[in-house]
Design a protein around this ligand. Structure first.
Ligand code: SAM
Length: 230
């Protein structure tokens, strides 16, 4: 799987892939990352990448010309690129999307800056649009990093222990049960005793119950949809 980040600030994104699991995934050729800078595709004298908004309005937009030329050239090299625009106005990015997108060959994230991107560029090029939450970031880079991380860990061979994927939060639309490590008593607080007795059926049932309680407490929306509604 290849991730290309279209960004005016590649140096914001690249360090994230220089350590830990994602660094190993690149070394093992499970993922590849690439950067394209719209500034390299400008046709004006000062390589300007911003433009005033039509009809006025506070702030500038990204100039469509460099973005479109760049995307056209990428599409002519590889017609199968899957183009994703991170946008605060889009539907929320979810685990189910991360799993689905992990099967793509080449995802291209088009990262907005300033007050965003001319809507026509999004309409013409987006295969998908996603928001990572109900707040406004200064640019799409953080959102693309969040999504590429969540996608990458669902690619076969990226995680050391793939069993952990099937036991994670959101897997069945619910949150993971609380987890514990040794010692049995830490700062006066004890692990539920069933976790220490080795009966896997009992531990499984307890985890399911705790997962339900946690989901109800922190995410009543998921609880209603995926536990109570079933
Ligand atoms: N004027 C836009 C609005 O109010 O909807 C916000 C533009 S924001 C300052 C600049 C860029 O950051 C966006 O084009 C998008 O790429 C990215 N961005 C900001 N918040 C985001 C979010 N919650 N999820 C995904 N991308 C986001």
């Amino acid at each position: 799987m290849k991730f290309t980040f279209i960004t005016l600030f590649p140096q914001l994104v690249s360090p994230y892939f220089e350590d830990s699991i994602l660094k190993r995934a690149i070394k093992n050729e499970k993922i590849e990352i690439d950067f394209k800078n719209p500034r390299d595709y400008t046709k004006n004298k000062h390589n300007k990448v911003d433009k005033a908004q039509a009809g006025g309005g506070a702030g500038l937009l990204m100039n469509p010309q460099p973005l479109c030329d760049l995307l056209d050239s990428m599409k002519s090299d590889d017609p199968d690129i899957h183009v994703v625009f991170p946008l605060p106005t889009a539907k929320p990015f979810r685990q189910i999307d991360a799993k689905r997108l992990a099967k793509k060959k080449h995802i291209v994230f088009v990262n907005g800056r300033y007050e965003g991107i001319d809507e026509r560029v999004i309409e013409q090029y987006a295969n998908e649009v996603f928001s990572i939450g109900d707040y406004v970031l200064t640019g799409g880079e953080l959102a693309s990093m969040v999504m590429s991380d969540a996608i990458a860990r669902n690619i076969k061979g990226v995680l050391g222990n793939e069993d952990s994927l099937s036991e994670e939060s959101f897997e069945d639309g619910v949150l993971e049960a609380p987890s514990f490590t040794k010692p049995n008593i830490f700062r006066g607080s004890a692990i539920p005793s069933e976790f220490l007795k080795g009966n896997h059926a009992i531990i499984y049932a307890l985890k399911k119950e705790l997962s339900g309680l946690k989901t109800n407490y922190f995410r009543p929306d998921l609880f209603l949809r995926n536990i109570k509604g079933k």
